[in-house]
Design a protein around this ligand. Structure first.
Ligand code: ZN
Length: 407
C-alpha cells in the first residue's frame, strides 16, 4: 500500500469517524459585519458545489442571501471565509448539518467508487481465478461482500453456535482468557482475503482520485471506514444477527442486548508505522476486533481493565493485565470501556476489522447513573470498600450494644 497517504491525516472526532473542525485552522471569530435580518430575495447566490467545504453547498447558497450588501460583490473565497466563520460558531448545534454533510460525503464516495468497480470487473475476474473462485464471472467478485452471506463469511463452528442460539452453544466456542475478553474463531480465510482486497482496491481509488477520505478515528490514521463505501448494510446485519446474540449473553450490563448502531472500519499496522502505543477506550458499548491478516509478527493487543469515565486513568489490578496475540480470522469481543492498546508490529503488515457496536438505550440510561460497579473495575472496588466499612461499623456497633446490655 502506498505510504504517501499517511502524510496528511485528516482531523477526525474522537472516535465517531466524523470530521470536526481543526480548532487551529478554524478560529471562531466574531465577524465585524452583521448579517441581514431578512434575506435579499433578488440576489442570485453563487454555486459552491465544486468546493470541498465542511458544510453543504446549499447552506452557503442560502446564507449568501443574508450577507451584508457590501459583501455581495466580494470574491467567492471571501464570502466562503466569512460564512464559514459564522457557521463554525454554531457547530455544537450543527449536528444536523454535519449528519447531512456526512450523508452527502458517503453518497459521493459510493457513486464514484461503484463506477470504478464496474470498470474493474475484468480485473476482478482475474482475481477470482487467482483465488480459485467461480470462474463464470457473472458477478463482480467482491460484490458478495456487500450483502450478508453467512455460510461463506463465517467458519462452521461459529455458524452452528449462532444458529443453536443458546448460552451453552455460545460458551462452547468462546474462550475468556481474561475477564471480559472473549475470543473465538469467526471469519473464513476467503472472506478475510476478499475484504482485504476490497480495502486495497478502495485505498488505490482514494490514492488515484486524491479523494479526501475521513479516517476511522483519531487513533487510526491508517485505515478506512467501511460504512462510508457501501458496507454499512452488511455490517448492520453482522451486528444484528451475529454480535448482539453474543453480547446479549455476555455483556448485558452495558446494553449488550440492545445494540442498535455501529461504526465499522479497518485499521492497518506495519513495522515502524507511527502508532499510539498507549491505551484507550472505544466509543462503543461492545467492540468486535477481527484480524484479517496478512503476515505479521508483534502487534499484540493488550488490556488494562474496564473503567467508567471518572476512573479511566486509574491503575490496573494484576488480574486486569492481559496480552492477546491476533490470529487471522480470530475475533476478540470486549467492552468499549475495556482499556486496551496495541503493541508495535515488528514485521509484516496487519489489517483488522473493527466494529464498534452502540446502544442508544444504554447511553440514555447511563446519563442518570453515578455508580457503574456492574462493569467498572474501580467502581466495583470502591463499592466493596464501602460495604466492608459498613459491615465493620455495624459489627462494632453491635458489640458496643452487647457490652451495654451486659453492663
Ligand atoms: Zn468507575
Amino acid at each position: 500500500m502506498s505510504g504517501d497517504r499517511r502524510e496528511s491525516p485528516p482531523v477526525t472526532a474522537g472516535g465517531n469517524g466524523v470530521v470536526l473542525q481543526d480548532k487551529k485552522t478554524a478560529p471562531v471569530m466574531v465577524p465585524s459585519q452583521r448579517l441581514r435580518l431578512h434575506p435579499n430575495k433578488d440576489h442570485m447566490p453563487e454555486s459552491y458545489e465544486d468546493l470541498q467545504l465542511d458544510f453543504s453547498p446549499s447552506v452557503f447558497r442560502s446564507l449568501e442571501k443574508y450577507l451584508p450588501p457590501n459583501m455581495l460583490s466580494d470574491s467567492r473565497e471571501e464570502k466562503v471565509k466569512f460564512m464559514r466563520d459564522i457557521l463554525l460558531k454554531y457547530l455544537p448545534h450543527g449536528e444536523r448539518t454535519r449528519a447531512q454533510k456526512h450523508g452527502e460525503y458517503r453518497q459521493k464516495i459510493i457513486s464514484h467508487y461503484k463506477s470504478i468497480h464496474l470498470l474493474k470487473v475484468v480485473k476482478e475476474r482475474e482475481n477470482a481465478e487467482r483465488l480459485g473462485l467461480s470462474e463464470d464471472g457473472s458477478e463482480p467478485l467482491k460484490r458478495e461482500l456487500y450483502s450478508m452471506h453467512p455460510v461463506t463469511f463465517f467458519v462452521p463452528s461459529f455458524m452452528k453456535a449462532i444458529n443453536d442460539n443458546t448460552e451453552e452453544s455460545l460458551r462452547s466456542i468462546i474462550s475468556e482468557p481474561s475477564p471480559g475478553v472473549l475470543t473465538f474463531e469467526m471469519l473464513q480465510p476467503r472472506f478475510c482475503e476478499l475484504l482485504v482486497a476490497e480495502v486495497e482496491n478502495f485505498e488505490a481509488w482514494v490514492n488515484d482520485t486524491k479523494f479526501r477520505v475521513m479516517r476511522p478515528n483519531t487513533m487510526n490514521k491508517y485505515g478506512a471506514v467501511l460504512d462510508d463505501f457501501g458496507l454499512e448494510t452488511m455490517l448492520d446485519k453482522l451486528m444484528d444477527g451475529f454480535i448482539r446474540p453474543i453480547s446479549k449473553v455476555f455483556f448485558r450490563e452495558v446494553g449488550g442486548a440492545t445494540l442498535d448502531s455501529h461504526h465499522g472500519f479497518v485499521v492497518e499496522y506495519g513495522k515502524d508505522w507511527d502508532v499510539d502505543l498507549g491505551f484507550h477506550v472505544d466509543d462503543s458499548e461492545v467492540t468486535l476486533n477481527v484480524c484479517l491478516g496478512k503476515q505479521f509478527s508483534g502487534g499484540e493487543l493488550f488490556f488494562r481493565g474496564t473503567r467508567c469515565d471518572k476512573h479511566v486513568n486509574t491503575g490496573s489490578q494484576p488480574e486486569e493485565i492481559f496480552d492477546y496475540s491476533h490470529v487471522p480470522g480470530g475475533a476478540v469481543l470486549h467492552l468499549g470501556r475495556h482499556r486496551h492498546g496495541v503493541r508495535a508490529t515488528t514485521s509484516g503488515h496487519r489489517i483488522n476489522l473493527l466494529l464498534w457496536c452502540r446502544s442508544s438505550v444504554f447511553r440514555e440510561i447511563r446519563k442518570y447513573q453515578k455508580d457503574f460497579s456492574s462493569w467498572c473495575g474501580e467502581c466495583a472496588r470502591e463499592k466493596k470498600g464501602r460495604q466492608r466499612a459498613f459491615i465493620a461499623a455495624t459489627k462494632s456497633e453491635l458489640l458496643r450494644q452487647d457490652g451495654e446490655s451486659v453492663a
